[in-house]
Design a protein around this ligand. Structure first.
Ligand SMILES: *Cc1c(COP(=O)(O)O)cnc(C)c1O
Length: 501
């Protein structure tokens, strides 16, 4: 393909994208293909000769489109949102243009320095304590800083790896010999709650340590007391606590752990304190949410994913640390062909020392486009619109009378179910008791399944402390009040089909 053809097809591709965005709200949100559908439609080998763009374009329409679940649809309320926006796409195109392998400053100074700048911008926007920023107000370098990573899971592996080496150094400073400290790694334990994202469990496995999932309280929070008890128990069993993950906005219910309490325990036990705010961190762009974030200022690392709720496409997870030395101590490597800056290294971040892999895209461009083209006010409006839509949805469900909330609606996530009293009042069960728990779970699952089959809107369920519940994540960039109205209409109608009025 030469540049003349690229100009032609590039513009056509932009039209395909714009058409998709204009029509996606009219498509059923969930793909209904059966497993293996695509294998049957595809040739067994790559084409021997180049194929025209037109053929691929047609196949996107006929073969790929049916297998797509439309995360950008205003009628998609599943899991957490993936909020894309046009400025993000423009930024991605620009990243593709340069296609650098930006492992260190020398690879492309602009790539490194823009990342440092936008991560400070974003950190200030979400009200992070200044110990997480790369530069203080007078322009002098600080110990902290932010980095762009691929996922919340990756951010946590980076944090755990840094934490593990910090703990080894701490043990050595306590008089334990280096070999013994190294051997003790197999007894290192990570803490979270039963509501912590399973990524933490997986990350602990990758890093090679155990995880203790502490039982959360009745508000689905990890508390100081429960954490202390778990640590006590483990220390008595000869284990070594070294890392705790506090969550700001859990995946099941957007609960917020006792972050100040966890910070106290972490400080006392010399543990690394990581805050996972993958979804809800975006809300901190609005200062009215800052009171909920108390305790984050004491963390060793904090991460959230603009690719979830801040108008940026995947992969865009941002993480800040209070002391970047722990990252380079654990992840920094070097070799002859590396060409690191020698001498004055002020303003220089070699971000390969802050991540798992060596090579990296010019990731900051996309974030820079998003932050500039939406501005603080645009991002705040985006968040506030979804939060008020979620509140409106909650009001509608409560007014209906057949539903109960299972967790407070703090952000854009509404968690509810058909209430057990329905069984008492209906012919379905003469009396409601513990034995009817399975029955009310079954009714709620029926509601989820029927809504998924109906496919005018898409949502998923979850289980919290034995209860099957419905999760509605409001947050599509293309969603408007009309989409929430449709959701309410579908919910009411399907509920009536199952249990009557
Ligand atoms: C979505 C989510 C994750 C996992 O994020 P990935 O980027 O897919 O690794 C982790 N923690 C929380 C709280 C989440 O909401």
């Amino acid at each position: 393909m030469d540049t003349a053809e690229f100009r032609k097809y590039g513009k056509e591709m932009v039209d395909i994208i714009a058409d998709y965005y204009e029509n996606v709200n009219n498509m059923p949100p969930k793909s209904t293909v059966k497993p293996g559908y695509l294998y049957k439609l595809m040739p067994r080998e790559i084409p021997e000769d180049p194929e025209p763009f037109e053929d691929i374009k047609r196949d996107i329409e006929t073969k790929i489109m049916p297998g797509m679940t439309h995360w950008q649809s205003g009628n998609f309320f599943g899991w957490f949102p993936s909020t894309n926006s046009f400025p993000s796409m423009l930024g991605d195109m620009c990243t593709n243009m340069f296609d650098i392998v930006g492992f260190n400053w020398t690879c492309s100074p602009a790539a490194t320095e823009l990342e440092t700048v936008v991560m400070d911008w974003l950190g200030k926007l979400i009200g992070l304590n200044k110990r997480f920023l790369s530069f203080s107000e007078d322009g002098t370098e600080a110990a902290g800083g932010g980095v762009i990573l691929g996922s919340a899971s990756e951010a946590q592996i980076v944090a755990m790896t840094a934490a593990r080496e910090r703990m080894v150094a701490h043990l050595i400073s306590q008089g334990i010999c280096a070999e013994e400290a190294e051997r003790m790694k197999s007894r290192f334990v990570v803490y979270g709650s039963d509501q912590t994202h399973f990524a933490t469990q997986k990350d602990a496995r990758i890093v090679g340590c155990k995880m203790h999932a502490v039982v959360s309280d009745e508000n689905f929070r990890l508390t100081k007391e429960a954490l202390e008890a778990a640590i006590e128990e483990d220390k008595n069993a000869g284990l070594v606590p070294f890392f705790v993950c506090g969550t700001f906005g859990t995946t099941n219910t957007t609960a917020i752990d006792d972050l100040p309490g966890i910070a106290d325990v972490a400080a006392l036990e010399n543990m690394w304190f990581h805050v996972d705010a993958a979804y809800a961190g975006a809300a901190l762009a609005c200062p009215e949410f800052w009171p909920l974030a108390v305790g984050i200022e004491h963390a060793d690392s904090f991460s959230f994913s603009p690719h979830k709720w801040m108008l940026t496409s995947l992969n865009m997870t941002t993480m800040w640390v209070a002391n970047s030395m722990h990252l380079s101590n654990s992840l920094g490597m070097s070799c002859e062909y590396f060409l690191r800056v020698k001498g004055d290294r002020a303003f220089v971040r070699d971000y390969c020392d802050w991540q798992l892999s060596l090579g990296r895209r010019f990731r900051a461009l996309k974030l820079w486009f998003v932050l500039r083209m939406h501005g603080a006010s645009g991002i705040q409006k985006h968040i506030r619109t979804h939060v008020s839509q979620a509140k409106w949805l909650e009001d509608q469900l409560l007014a209906d009378g057949r539903f109960e909330m299972m967790a407070p609606t703090l952000f854009g996530l509404v968690v509810f179910r058909i209430k057990p009293q329905i069984l008492v009042d209906s012919s379905m069960a003469p009396a409601y008791g513990k034995e009817n728990c399975a029955k009310i779970n079954a009714i709620n699952n029926e509601l989820i399944n029927r809504i998924q089959d109906d496919n005018r809107v898409f949502l998923v369920g979850t289980n919290i402390k034995g209860h099957d519940v419905i999760r509605v994540a409001v947050g599509s960039t293309l969603g408007s009040h009309r989409n929430i109205e449709l959701l309410v209409q579908v919910l009411k109608q399907v509920t009536t089909e199952i249990i009557g009025n």
